[in-house]
Design a protein around this ligand. Sequence first.
Ligand SMILES: Nc1ncnc2c1ncn2[C@@H]1O[C@H](COP(=O)(O)OP(=O)(O)OP(=O)(O)O)[C@@H](O)[C@H]1O
Length: 332
Amino acid sequence: MIEAQGLTKRYGAKTAVDGISFTARPGLVTGFLGPNGAGKSTTMRMIVGLDRPTAGAVTVNGKPYADHHSPLNEVGVLLDAKAVHTGRSALNHLLAIGATHGIGRKRVDEVIALTGLESVARKRVGGFSLGMGQRLGIATALLGDPATLILDEPVNGLDPEGVIWVRNLARFLAGEGRTVFLSSHLMSEMAQTADHIIVLGRGKVIADSPVADIIALSTGTAVRVRTPDAARFAELIATHGGSAKSTEHDLLVVNGMAAPQLGELASTSGVVLHELTPAVGSLEDAYLSLTQDDVEYHAGGMAAASASPTPSAAPAPASAAAAAPTTNGALR
Ligand SMILES: Nc1ncnc2c1ncn2[C@@H]1O[C@H](COP(=O)(O)OP(=O)(O)OP(=O)(O)O)[C@@H](O)[C@H]1O
């Protein structure tokens, strides 16, 4: 469990984290999202005592990080996968860290198997790809079998198979009752991994809700309408308080009118419908809509794109059942 109360960090005149309060609970994957510079890394660093809060407080499993006698057994952390002794093998890296907490070879071998590092365990870490480095960082976080995991951008640099592996691992660990707190820039990835989302914008919490609620609250409800009479139906919609955008010759995306109203209008006007689908916004839509005023560094067109959410497939529900340990203990 991670509990932050009024957590604040100022660097001179710059307020990186501005009085945030949130809880990341056991048994859930909590996604930590926000544009570049929103304050995610600073928050994570404060959680594990690497930065001192200017004001407020944060506890992990009920205590400030520094008060834990055996922190590796309480909190597993991946903040910077490159922060390793590059001359050491992965095995020796894990043995060295384990030695600080009386963790021996058996557990080291377990986390090597769990993270799929067996074939490179005796190779120098300096020669590792970004993806292998991420796996080693996750292995290090898991070493003490902690109840809370904090992973900063864990899918950074991973190939699609690696991304799925992290997703299943996160779900599996939460399914075991652990608190899993992870940041990512990949919103679609978060939609499939997280149960709960906290969104930061300019150092403040701008959303703190279950994934489904964030999507429902932040995106407009659009309806996809397919009809051979698209132009006429678009005009009719406009006279009934809706607005229709045409993306293909026979497809309209309608805002401002619900599917039953559209069905009735079509029926009374003699318009043939081939499709009438209420569309659920994606987490990307929700995220862009939430953060459009809080982005420090705008990419061209980003804010404009966020102004009119387009419908897309509903995110797959996060499911702990998705992760299944393989015979060697690794996860698929
Ligand atoms: N040591 C520091 N000194 C001064 N300003 C800092 C320092 N560390 C972070 N900041 C500023 O604080 C703000 C939050 O930074 P932080 O790295 O926490 O954001 P972030 O959400 O993790 O961003 P990113 O996704 O780019 O990693 C940024 O404006 C950053 O420039």
